[in-house]
Design a protein around this ligand. Structure first.
Ligand SMILES: [Ca+2]
Length: 401
């Protein structure tokens, strides 16, 4: 999970649900600073709805497709299972069950899944989980030879292990970029306030987005064009840094731009933007800044060299940002080009778009009333939402009433 201890959640949900009712207005959140209030997007915010497809999921954390034309959706459950939704039912037998390898739960577990861009030919997929010791593992598995609905558990190949000094802030996202490289999200190692200053240290993989080439070496290669290759004291896998807990980041399937939703400390949630033309190496600011506000030092910090978020909202509006996708589907009218994101505690889904000046402005699209753990994108660009909990639901985003 992104950040918040589940024991704290029920109270928070009640509080934020009340708060949301009081503050909700078309002009309010997204960026609850004066920016969004003063300059709402010009277009009418589209109405969306959540259509439940599957219920009874157990702590579902992400949903992806295999890019194989089958239309199947693969749902990751935190304790270590990947189950298949075939469009009608969840198949009774899991695609993969690595519960025995995984520590769970709170912010630990099987956290991320990505299928190889060449999955049809090589059958590879990649997972991001915390092992029994609580450390991060990035591993590859293969589908079995004779049943496309079952993976081969014996095909486990570990690509990378990263020690985790504290149980929280494990990141978890895996995404293949338009360049064919695998991008990996790692949190700052945890505790609070990044006590080891991992986000700003290029000598650790914590608090980073990594970029590796899963085809160029064994178990992987570092792309020669990574920004810190050959820089003394810097780890070459690092693609971007200054992150606290980038629970979910996604590429715009149309443009290749990268949206990084970085979960904040106690005050500010943020979304960072990296254009497709980027050569990497951005410093997104943590722990010097939380969002666009000084964190350490609390006043008088320097933002020189830092890339500030395109979207932020305060904890008056929630507790942990859940990054979504820029909508490139065709079925929901008025949603084209909007970047969707949510707050875990509040259940609000926002849609953001740049105004003519380039400032990103957000509208509330829906108050869902559920704990959203992730968004997912289908092969056709349609979007899905997962609710967390021991009886969670997979929803499809549809045109609202
Ligand atoms: Ca930041």
């Amino acid at each position: 999970m992104p950040d918040r201890d589940l024991a704290k959640i029920s109270t928070t949900v009640l509080l934020t649900a009340t708060l949301t009712l009081l503050i909700a207005s078309p002009l309010a959140p997204g960026a609850p600073g004066a920016r969004a209030v003063a300059a709402p997007v010009a277009t009418q915010a589209p109405a969306i709805a959540l259509v439940p497809l599957v219920t009874g999921l157990n702590k579902a954390l992400t949903v992806v497709h295999a890019g194989d034309g089958s239309g199947r959706l693969f749902i990751v459950q935190q304790a270590g299972q990947i189950v298949i939704f075939d469009g009608t039912n969840v198949l009774p037998r899991p695609f993969l069950d690595i519960s025995a390898l995984v520590s769970c739960c709170n912010e630990r577990g099987l956290l991320g899944l990505a299928f190889d861009p060449n999955y049809v030919s090589n059958g590879f997929f990649y997972v991001n989980y915390t092992n029994r010791l609580g450390n991060t593992v990035i591993a590859r598995f293969s589908v079995s030879r004779n049943n496309r609905n079952v993976a081969n558990p014996l095909s486990l190949t570990v690509l990378l292990r990263v020690d985790q000094p504290f149980p929280n802030h494990n990141g978890g996202q895996l995404q293949f970029g338009p360049d064919g490289f695998l991008y990996i999200g790692l949190g700052d190692g945890g505790s609070g306030g990044d006590p080891m200053n991992n986000g700003q240290s290029l000598g650790t993989l914590l608090g980073k987005i990594l970029r590796i080439d899963v085809n160029g070496g064994s178990p992987y290669a570092v792309p020669a064009s990574n920004p810190f290759v050959g820089v003394p004291g810097a780890l070459p896998e690092i693609w971007a840094y200054g992150l606290r807990n980038p629970w979910r980041f996604t590429f715009d399937r149309l443009t290749g731009d990268l949206f990084i939703a970085d979960v904040g400390q106690d005050e500010w949630e943020e979304v960072d933007f990296q254009p497709a033309s980027s050569a990497g190496g951005e410093n997104y600011g943590w722990r010097v800044m939380e969002g666009s506000h000084c964190f350490d030092p609390p006043t008088g910090c320097s933002s020189a060299g830092l890339v500030l978020p395109i979207i932020e909202y305060s904890h008056d509006f929630g507790c942990a940002v859940i990054g979504g996708f820029r909508y490139r589907g065709a079925q929901v009218s008025g949603l084209a080009g909007r970047y969707l994101y949510a707050d875990y505690c509040a259940g609000t889904i926002w849609g953001a778009a740049p105004d003519p000046s380039g400032a990103w402005l957000s509208d509330v699209l829906l108050e869902t009333g559920v704990l959203i753990s992730s968004f997912g994108e289908g092969p056709d660009g349609e979007l899905y939402v997962l609710s967390y909990g021991t009886s969670g639901t997979l929803y499809k985003i549809a045109t609202g009433p």
